[in-house]
Design a protein around this ligand. Sequence first.
Ligand SMILES: *[C@@H]1O[C@H](CO)[C@@H](O)[C@H](O)[C@H]1NC(C)=O
Ligand SMILES: *[C@@H]1O[C@H](CO)[C@@H](O)[C@H](O)[C@H]1NC(C)=O
Ligand SMILES: *[C@@H]1O[C@H](CO)[C@@H](O)[C@H](O)[C@H]1NC(C)=O
Ligand SMILES: *[C@@H]1O[C@H](CO)[C@@H](O)[C@H](O)[C@H]1NC(C)=O
Ligand SMILES: *[C@@H]1O[C@H](CO)[C@@H](O)[C@H](O)[C@H]1NC(C)=O
Ligand SMILES: *[C@@H]1O[C@H](CO)[C@@H](O)[C@H](O)[C@H]1NC(C)=O
Ligand SMILES: *[C@@H]1O[C@H](CO)[C@@H](O)[C@H](O)[C@H]1NC(C)=O
Ligand SMILES: *[C@@H]1O[C@H](CO)[C@@H](O)[C@H](O)[C@H]1NC(C)=O
Ligand SMILES: *[C@@H]1O[C@H](CO)[C@@H](O)[C@H](O)[C@H]1NC(C)=O
Ligand SMILES: *[C@@H]1O[C@H](CO)[C@@H](O)[C@H](O)[C@H]1NC(C)=O
Ligand SMILES: *[C@@H]1O[C@H](CO)[C@@H](O)[C@H](O)[C@H]1NC(C)=O
Ligand SMILES: *[C@@H]1O[C@H](CO)[C@@H](O)[C@H](O)[C@H]1NC(C)=O
Length: 846
Amino acid sequence: MRPANLSCFDVTVAVVVAVLLTTAAPSVSGQRSDYPTANLSTRWVNNAAVLPHSVTYSDGSAVRAIVLRSPKAFYGPSFAAGFFCAPPCQTFVFAIFIVYTNSGARITLPVNGMAQVIWSANRASPIGENATLDLTRDGGLVLREANGKLVWSSGTSGQSVAGMEITENGNLVLFDQRNGTAWQSFDHPTDALVPGQSLQQGMRLTANTSTTNWTESKLYMTVLPDGLYGYVESTPPQLYYKRQVRTNKSGKNPTRVTYMNGSLSIFVQSTQPGNPDDSIALPKANSTQYIRLESDGHLRLYEWSDAGSKWTMVSDVIKIFPDDCAFPTVCGEYGICTSGGGQCICPVENKSSSSYFHPVDERKANLGCAPVTPISCQQMKNHHLLTITDVSYFDESQIIMNVKNRDDCKQACLKNCSCRAVAFRYGQNDSDGQCQSVTEVFSLQSIQPETVHYNSSAYLKVQLTPSASDPTQNKMKTILGATLAAIATLVLVVIVAIYVRRRRKYQELDDELDFDILPGMPTRFSFEKLRECTQDFSKKLGEGGFGSVFEGKIGEERIAVKRLEGARQGKKEFLAEVETIGSIEHINLVRLIGFCAEKSNRLLVYEYMPRGSLDRWIYYRHNNAPLDWCTRCKIIMDIAKGLCYLHEECRRKIAHLDIKPQNILLDENFNAKLADFGLSKLIDRDQSKVVTVMRGTPGYLAPEWLTSQITEKVDIYSFGVVLMEIISGRKNIDISQPEESVQLINLLREKAQNDQLIDMIDKNSNDMVSHHEEVIQMMKLAMWCLQNDCNRRPSMSMVVKVLEGAMSVENCLDYSFFNANSVISAQGNPSTYSAPPQASILSGPR
Ligand SMILES: *[C@@H]1O[C@H](CO)[C@@H](O)[C@H](O)[C@H]1NC(C)=O
Ligand SMILES: *[C@@H]1O[C@H](CO)[C@@H](O)[C@H](O)[C@H]1NC(C)=O
Ligand SMILES: *[C@@H]1O[C@H](CO)[C@@H](O)[C@H](O)[C@H]1NC(C)=O
Ligand SMILES: *[C@@H]1O[C@H](CO)[C@@H](O)[C@H](O)[C@H]1NC(C)=O
Ligand SMILES: *[C@@H]1O[C@H](CO)[C@@H](O)[C@H](O)[C@H]1NC(C)=O
Ligand SMILES: *[C@@H]1O[C@H](CO)[C@@H](O)[C@H](O)[C@H]1NC(C)=O
Ligand SMILES: *[C@@H]1O[C@H](CO)[C@@H](O)[C@H](O)[C@H]1NC(C)=O
Ligand SMILES: *[C@@H]1O[C@H](CO)[C@@H](O)[C@H](O)[C@H]1NC(C)=O
Ligand SMILES: *[C@@H]1O[C@H](CO)[C@@H](O)[C@H](O)[C@H]1NC(C)=O
Ligand SMILES: *[C@@H]1O[C@H](CO)[C@@H](O)[C@H](O)[C@H]1NC(C)=O
Ligand SMILES: *[C@@H]1O[C@H](CO)[C@@H](O)[C@H](O)[C@H]1NC(C)=O
Ligand SMILES: *[C@@H]1O[C@H](CO)[C@@H](O)[C@H](O)[C@H]1NC(C)=O
């Protein structure tokens, strides 16, 4: 045994109290010191203090055993039933698990020897601390919350129960006076099987939704009279696996699939035990094993390894598909799994830009996609079939037999509202194919016809919105929207003004007033609390120059926590910056929720922005479909409004000084918000120019940075650069481009002088190209913002007016954009900047 194990063993001795549960009887023989049985009228409370056989593992999971078998050998894995919790250990299931035990029937803790749950009573509705489990004569096992709410029961009322036992092969049995079985866990499998256990005809193994969400997913395996089948729940169910046994025998006995040492054996109807009709070979067991149907649809075999002192996945029991892409939920609903890379993408027609589907969770592509407009059976005339070529669908059970040609296949789907998609598969002749219809669309798989030797296309039903409604209505909407926005802005201005005045008063009253008691300020969090909210900073969203951003959750609210590394500021300066940021609130500015300043820890808590930063959406590095023109316009408007607020609507003028796509974040609905006010320096209205040291990011720096005479107009220049990037779908400085077009702004100068602006439009998007007239108008606005002379650039409120159509762009623009960035890049001397080019200390979540 390795030293690490030894020390763990020591820990165990300290943790586990060496007395048996008073409520659990020792075994009848009395020779072995395990406690596999329990008598009637016993209540167990889910509390570590009263269940002495409680152990917490290094991963944070814990078991509180009620009945336990001692291991077959001196020590090793054995079965127990009791309460189990997965990290972070806040909710529990009543479960059967395999634990590592020593000869004294004490659960011990070898490294990585976490308890393996093989059955559970209440996985969809976990219980809390102090919940109770009662074993009664008439009711069997009854699980209740601490407040008495019934969660689960074995449902054995009517049969009298005499006791409970965990058998040597892991079956939890309620037995009656005559030693008959009143109830057993083997009759109610969850997602796993142990050797000796059978899945009887009609029983199911149902996978967890995910490793963290244990609710039952839609995937299940079941035994039918002629074999083992895997389905995805839907009406009708969709078949993804089939092991059909062809036999001429017929009898009354139900078919069963038994997990034996070395095989998964299928016994059809009347056959004798020991003579299976078919079997799936498994690796022979060297030690304790179990198989589990997992959330990705695989049936996997796990085995305890004495040598490694851990559980290892030994094999995929059922190699259903050679390719993971073929699993029905691999990319969630409507997701397309791209062969080769195995990446998940949302369906887009002919790589056009109009998207009818959006990802359910931008950061987790494998969770699938959802239609932008839900399908409505009331408006069937607005149904349209989206063509996705070279994809296939797993379920071949719903073939419409009499339909052989593509158009009939599509028509059949359009006529039946419950049809959500058809897949059409054919060889050389597309009037002689197969039409598969589905009522619910799970993952699609992209194929290469040459390698799979067939052609297949999918037609997904989408709901068109009644064509871009009548223009008067749109105008009304715009006016209404603008009015509302104006009112909202006014209210905000008043609130902020009152607030700022109040704050000043406070400051005059008491300059040393403790920060965290100021009303309306961001909340002060303890470091411990933030560590908990972010699950010990486990989910990293991104990294900036001064620290990393982590995802977290406070209650139901998702947050982004920026942990500043090596913050050089003192507490006082930090609090001052937090105060500044916290006092700025606007719909287009990322909200600071709270902060933490404890010892050397400096953290900022921001609202969470599910779609991340704008650069992910405009540079095509993340496989996102190109944004359509309308979305781009909205994003531009949001940025403009956010900046306008900072420049002109705050009581004190605020220059952002680091406008770039990385600092523009998007929420679920692509509303854009500015992040990162760390570089902001307050500029008083009466001082038009303020000299500060050079800051910002190369590529977005205005020419006047060279002279160090800067005003908020530098933001307008950067805004112009961002505008051009949004329009062209590329980075301003892109060294992967041919030399003459590395710098977007130089390219713009050339195209503007030669009247070839149309070349600048993002060619990845047909939608952009088809709106080229409007796009060119937008480019003119960008060029206005890029004027060398900062006095010739518009103010942010003028930009907003132009965007709203209430003003037009200045006519005589100077196209000789002077590009400070080339000068600065050419110098190539990082010490030119006082701040690192990436981010400031207080930069927002990325
Ligand atoms: C359970 O019942 C058995 C047999 O009646 C008895 O020997 C044992 O002491 C009982 N155990 C408890 C904890 O009451
Ligand atoms: C559980 O019960 C114990 C004893 O009655 C009590 O001290 C403890 O606070 C309870 N725990 C919870 C989470 O309610
Ligand atoms: C009850 O059955 C178990 C195994 O099935 C056996 O070991 C035990 O002796 C039986 N007890 C009685 C009282 O028959
Ligand atoms: C759910 O899945 C996880 C990981 O796949 C597994 O550890 C756990 O035992 C499963 N839970 C239940 C209740 O089966
Ligand atoms: C767990 O998954 C189910 C769907 O299977 C979903 O309805 C539920 O919201 C999920 N729960 C959590 C906490 O994510
Ligand atoms: C079933 O019966 C048919 C004809 O009676 C025979 O040809 C076939 O081989 C039989 N199949 C099996 C698996 O016994
Ligand atoms: C499984 O079978 C193999 C060989 O048939 C044997 O060596 C092994 O001990 C068995 N495993 C168990 C757990 O019974
Ligand atoms: C069982 O042990 C043998 C010999 O030690 C080894 O070759 C084999 O891979 C092991 N089987 C599994 C499933 O680990
Ligand atoms: C997409 O491609 C299909 C077949 O190639 C064609 O029939 C359809 O008109 C195309 N759709 C669009 C929007 O271009
Ligand atoms: C529509 O499709 C569903 C599911 O495929 C099918 O059950 C139903 O019979 C169809 N309805 C008609 C009118 O064809
Ligand atoms: C796919 O269809 C085209 C014609 O539509 C045909 O030429 C080609 O052979 C087909 N490919 C396969 C693999 O059947
Ligand atoms: C294609 O299939 C249809 C229907 O089976 C048949 O009538 C037609 O002749 C076939 N065409 C070719 C070119 O084979």
